[in-house]
Design a protein around this ligand. Structure first.
Ligand SMILES: [Zn+2]
Length: 88
């Protein structure tokens, strides 16, 4: 088995299991994955649940890292948009 490098949620879990100090990269990865998990939960509880959302949820689970990246990008863009609106 190949060990995941620092900066991943798997490495964060490994630090915890081994009672090692958690470095900044792993801490950030864990925070990031926490947000992803939260959004998956939110989606699961959504009143809009149906075949389409079940498929979407399954897709998110299958491509978690990619989803995390896209979600983070969308959050950044939303923050940029809000900042621009505030400045105008
Ligand atoms: Zn680490």
């Amino acid at each position: 088995m190949i060990l995941q490098p620092c900066g991943t949620d798997a490495a964060y879990a490994r630090h915890i299991r081994r009672r090692e100090p958690v470095d900044e990269a792993c801490q950030e990865a864990h925070r990031h994955y926490g947000r992803v998990r939260y959004s998956i939960k939110f989606l699961a509880k959504s009143r809009l649940r149906g075949p389409r959302y079940q498929a979407l949820e399954a897709l998110i689970h299958r491509h978690r890292a990619e989803y995390a990246e896209l979600y983070a990008k969308a959050l950044r863009e939303a923050a940029d948009y809000t900042a621009e609106k505030g400045a105008a």
